[in-house]
Every structure is written in C-alpha cells, then in structure tokens.
Design a protein around this ligand. Structure first.
Ligand SMILES: [Zn+2]
Length: 87
C-alpha cells in the first residue's frame, strides 16, 4: 500500500495514477530508491542517537569526576587546616 503524492489517499502499490485525484504516481523504481534512501537516513539517525547517548554518558562521567575532584579538594583543605595538638 502506498499513498498518493498529491491527495494522500491510500492506493495499491504499483498504480500509475491515483484513483481519487488522478495524479501520476512515482514508478516502483523511484519508490524503491526513495525507500533505500529513507532506510539509510534512518540508519544514520540511529547512529547519531547512539553517538549522542555516548556523549551523554561521557558528560555524566565527567560531571561525576569533577564532583569527586571537588570533594577531594575540600577533604585536602580540611586535612591541611588540621593542626595536631601541640602538647
Ligand atoms: Zn490522489
């Protein structure tokens, strides 16, 4: 099943003209090419989403690292402020 490129009504695959509005429909060859193109776009988008998810994970890790670093700094400062009793 396909859809008319003009009126959007559904029609059987392989029809040359829409039975609703009469518009000529793209050939099977063109449709196959467009489907292949759409599939490629879908794959590229999926890869981009995966890359984005990876970036997000890295960003979260980096934020955790910075938090740990800040905590370590504070700890260090507290240790430096510590003076042993001088008796
Ligand atoms: Zn139509």
């Amino acid at each position: 099943m396909g859809f008319c490129i003009t009126c959007g009504n559904q029609h059987h695959d392989g029809v040359r003209f829409c039975r609703f509005c009469g518009t000529g429909q793209p050939s099977e060859q063109l449709l196959a090419r467009l489907r292949a193109e759409a599939e490629q776009i879908r794959l590229i988008r999926m890869q981009m989403q995966q890359a984005q998810a990876q970036n997000d994970a890295y960003a979260r890790l980096e934020a955790m690292r910075q938090q740990a670093e800040a905590a370590a700094r504070i700890n260090n400062q507290q240790n430096q402020n510590y003076r042993p009793p001088s008796w």
